[in-house]
Write a protein that binds this ligand. Sequence first.
Ligand code: GLY
Length: 393
Amino acid sequence: MRISKLVLPLLVTLSACSQQESMENLTERVFRVAQQQYTAMDTRLDNQTLPQTIAVDSSFKTSTIYWWCSGFYPGSLWYIYEYTQDPSIKLLAEKNTLKLDSIQYVTHDHDVGFQLNCSYGNGYRLTNNEAYAKVLCQGAKSLSTRFNPQVGVIRSWDFVPKSKDWKYPVIIDNMMNLELLMFAASKLGNDTLRHIACTHANTTLKNHFRNDYTSYHLVDYDSDNGQVRSKQTVQGYSDESAWSRGQAWALYGYTMMYRTTGEKKYLQQAENIGRMLVSHLSNDCIPYWDLNTPENNKYHDASAGAIMASAFIELSTFANDCNDRKAFVLMAEKQLRTLASPIYLAEPGTNCNFILKHSVGNLPGNSEVDVPLSYADYYFLEALLRYQKIKQF
Ligand code: GLY
C-alpha cells in the first residue's frame, strides 16, 4: 500500500507521540531519583548546614541557615514526602525544617520569605502543625520591618558593593518573599501585612518593567522620597538585558500575587510576562542564563527553566485566553520533559546528590556557573506536583 505524502508526516508524528513517555511515568521516575538523592544528601549534612551546590574543586558545598537558599532542601523533602508519603522522608523534612527556626527573627535581609515559605510553609500545608504557622507569622513580621512607606517597597539588600552607590536596592526576586506576607496576613487577619505585600507588588510593577515586559534585576530608590535613582541587571549580561531567573521570579511572583489577592492587574502582568517568555524560549525551552546572552556565552540555566515551568502551570489555570492557557501548559510540559532527560537529571549517586545539573547562580560574579543548585531541584519537584494536580493522573 502506498502512503501519500500528506499522510506520512502524520503517521511519523503519531508514532513519535505514542513513544513519548507519559507524564505520569516521568513524574514517578523523577521522584524515585529525588527520594534516593535527597535521602543520601542528608548524610552529608550536620545540624547547622544545608546543601548549596558543587564547588569549583568538585566538592559538595553547604551553606549556613542564613544563606538565601536554606529553605529549599527542607522544602524539596516536603514535596518528596507529599508524592511518596514515605514516613522516613517526613522525618528528614521535619528535621531539616527545624534547623531554620531562628530565621523567623532575621530583619537584615529580605530572603526570609524564600527561607521560611519553602520549608515551614510546605510543612504547615502538609501537616497543619500550628507551631510551623507561628514561625511563619513571626517571619512575616520580621520581613515587614524592611518596608519603607515613603518608597512603597521592601528593601532587598543592606550590603552595597564598593563599585555601586545603591541607597535602597530592590531586586525582582523580592516578589517571591511576598507569599510569606500574604500567608501571615490571612492567618492573622492582618491588613497591614497584606497592604505591604500589595504596595510592594504595585511599586515593582510600575518601576521594574520595560515596555516589552522584561524586567530589570535591580531598581535603586531614594529612601527619602521614593524617586528611582537607577535601574540595573546585576546578575545578568548587561543592565539592559533580561536575566533569565529574574524573568522567572517575575512570572512566578505576579501569578502568586493574583492567586492570593484576586487582583486582575497582577494576572494581566503575569500573562504579559508569560507571552513574552513563550516568544523567547526555543527548542528545549530551558533558557540561557540571560535571554540576551551573546552566542559565545551560552550556558543554560535549569533553575530558571524549573521556576518558569512551575509558574506557567499555575498561570495556565488562571489565564483568560484559551490559547494562552494551552501555550503556558505546553511550554511547562516541554520544560519538564527536558529537565527530566539525562542531560539535566542526575544519575542516582552522582551530582553530589542534587537532582538537576546545569544551573547558573551568578555568572557576572563568576559564582555557581553550570552547577546544581538547590532551588532548581525545589521548583522542578513543585512543577511536577502542580502538573500532576492539573492533569489529575
Ligand atoms: N535570589 C537570588 C537569585 O535568584 O540568584
